[in-house]
Design a protein around this ligand. Structure first.
Ligand code: P1T
Length: 381
């Protein structure tokens, strides 16, 4: 029987512990496993490659993405790195012109140095992607919604371009979470998550994940996962297993709070622009309605006529929102992308993508929305 999302969030990959009956997956705090004779063991040899707590989590995340295979990493960047290791010098990657700063950094400062070519295009335009494809294209890497300007990419449209071409189409699904969007169902080959964000949900773990239905791709990724060893420990896997049980409830609350806040900000005289896919004026709104189950908890705003000093003043003026990098936890965060999360992107490049000095990004938490609105209004005053 195929269980529904909430049931899988709570149970997938987890059974009562065989040895003791413990209902919660134990934290298997062990680096190694006894073998009866060399090679004769219970499926676990060494925890860099396999660990039961981590494996339970990998099955759970895979299940929530309607995937057969899942791999957990010590961070979202370690997961991204594992994918990039599949490439060789001369290969081309097509990716977005609005990206998490750390993704831009690993592309341009690590892998470009090794001879891999990155083409940055507007991934909300399927034609722009089509035009960028060459016979050297090996990977298309798309964030949707993008960080931080919340642009949407048509997953099905891109999936049609890459089907049967040998090009790997990967979606960074961090901003949506598996509750709001399942890219594999629309033709993506691979999904990456910064588990640090909504999946973990409590700002207490840094972790990443990859999921796929492609056995060959999984085997290739597993090789680097184990060979390079960027895998997380069992304590962190346990914390995420705990957090993920409420993913569906948290996402509903994030989306609802964000809706109310986006509408308030949209009418606010000090706000020049609100980026949130749920607003009918958002260019990706109709697409969001088709490929997402909700519009998410991330909102970006441009403060009217504010210079850097004024923007900093506002960003430092919150009491309930915390000024910090990251997103997706139960608590509301505010971030100044230009100098914080996207500081590694050259000014001209980021400004072209809309990441201007007076843009602030809100990760709307699940506190009482009236307190959040009062906090925003006071800070803007
Ligand atoms: O931080 P880490 O778990 O390594 O994940 C990297 C990452 C990848 N992809 C997206 C879309 C992300 O947003 C991130 C991390 N982002 C932040 C820390 C941030 O505040 O935007």
């Amino acid at each position: 029987m195929e269980y529904k999302f909430a049931t899988r969030a709570i149970h997938a990959g987890q059974q009562a512990d065989e040895a003791t009956g413990a209902v919660m997956t134990p934290i298997y705090q062990t680096s190694t496993y006894k073998q009866e004779s060399p090679g004769e063991h219970k499926g676990f040899e060494y925890s860099r490659g396999t660990n039961p707590t981590r494996q339970a989590l990998e099955h759970c995340i895979a299940s929530l993405e309607n995937a057969k295979y899942g791999l957990a990493f010590a961070s979202g960047m370690a997961a991204t790195d594992c994918v990039l290791r599949l490439l060789n010098a001369g290969d081309e990657v097509i990716t977005g012109d609005d990206l998490y700063g750390g993704s831009y950094r690993i592309f341009t400062k690590v892998y470009q140095q090794l001879g891999i070519v990155f083409k940055f295009v507007d991934t909300s335009d399927v034609e722009a992607i089509r035009n960028a494809i060459s016979d050297r294209t090996k990977l298309i890497w798309v964030e949707t919604p993008t960080n931080p300007t919340l642009k949407l990419a048509d997953i099905q449209g891109i999936g049609r371009l890459t089907k049967d071409t040998g090009i790997c189409f990967a979606v960074d699904n961090t901003f949506a979470s598996p509750y709001l969007q399942n890219p594999l169902d629309y033709g993506a080959d691979l999904v990456m998550h910064s588990v640090t964000k909504y999946i973990g949900g409590h700002s207490d773990v840094v972790m990443g994940a990859l999921v796929t239905n492609d056995r060959q791709l999984y085997d290739q990724l597993w090789f680097y996962y184990n060979a390079c060893g960027g895998t997380p420990g069992p304590q962190d896997a346990f914390l995420v297993l705990r957090g993920i049980k409420t993913l569906h409830l948290r996402m509903q609350a994030h989306c609802e709070n964000a809706r109310v806040i986006a509408e308030v900000l949209n009418r606010h005289p000090k706000i020049a622009r609100v980026y949130w896919p749920g607003l009918p004026t958002h260019p990706g709104h109709e697409l969001a309605k088709r490929q997402m189950r909700g519009f998410g908890g991330m909102i970006s705003i441009v403060i009217k006529d504010a210079d850097l000093t004024e923007t900093f003043r506002i960003a430092s003026n919150f009491k309930v929102f915390t000024l910090a990098e990251s997103l997706g936890g139960v608590e509301s965060l505010i971030n100044h992308p230009a100098t914080m999360t996207h500081g590694s992107i050259p000014k001209e490049t980021r400004e072209k993508a809309g990441v201007v000095d007076n843009l602030l990004r809100l990760s709307v938490g699940i506190e009482d929305v009236e307190d959040l609105i009062a906090d925003l209004e006071a800070a803007l005053r």
